[in-house]
Design a protein around this ligand. Sequence first.
Ligand code: PBG
Length: 325
Amino acid sequence: MDLKLRMRRLRANEKIRSMVRENHLHPEDFIYPLFIAPGEKYRKEVSSMPGVFQLSIDEAVKEAKEVHELGIPAVILFGIPEHKDEFGCEAYQDDGIVQRAIKAIKKEIPELYVITDVCLCEYTSHGHCGVVRNGEVINDETLELLAKTAVSHAKAGADMVAPSDMMDGRVRAIREALDENGFSHIPIMAYSAKYASAFYGPFREAAESAPQFGDRRSYQMDPANGNEALREVWLDIEEGADIVMVKPALSYLDIVWRVKQEFGYPVCVYNVSGEYALVKAAARNGWVEEKRIVLEILTSMKRAGADLIISYHAKDVVKWLKEAK
Ligand code: PBG
């Protein structure tokens, strides 16, 4: 008998292709980022991120409603404060921009899962993610401020906190502070393997958080390193992380795969601003088909092992998934 292997049998039509498809995108995979700015009725598009806006709290509530109605389960909040200072004070004030946004969103849409980015870079005058002394980012002094920030977010009603600063020991510091303040039920999603990446360029315009001197290479990871990412993830798990993150996503799918294989923890990827901007720019020029390329990119993240995807494309994707049904 001539049993020739014919791989094309299961590719013959969409019916059978969909039946044997291994990976799928679902609305529940997504977390949508929101940039909260001061003021009222304020909605300003980020020039390098078409379709993404800085939003005043009232506008953010409207946006959050839309996100919820589309079936996206969660948002992640970033704040642009009115005033920046050396120690990023507005990051941990009870009436800070993010704290007020959490309350407003939770009041209107209690079912929406609200995650907060915990970092100082949007709040510091120097734009670094920690306390700066003599041109250096000081690790241990920063931990206290990050912990205060996380607790103030939880107090305002956040469902989960996500530290993105890359200081050593921040997950433990935040876990201890949350527990001591009655928030032992609040999970931590750690930006564990966060690389010093050129892919964050457009975000820094969106969040007005570019470092005013130097760069972030003394705390974010060297893009050349893979084994080190596993150590970072291992440490964060030891310190109490509930979900670990790899960021950026697309250039780091090997890391996503290794992290998932090694630890089996829930893995989140951040499909960052630069990844979004590249696709948007090429699509605007008619050089790529936006919908197909976005779905292909995001599906590759699932295939690599991601459980959750933070993406500026999330609203579009969920609309496309609905159309396809
Ligand atoms: C804050 C932070 C950054 C991003 C998320 N949180 C920027 C940075 O580290 O410079 C990047 C997100 C994106 O590019 O979409 N530390």
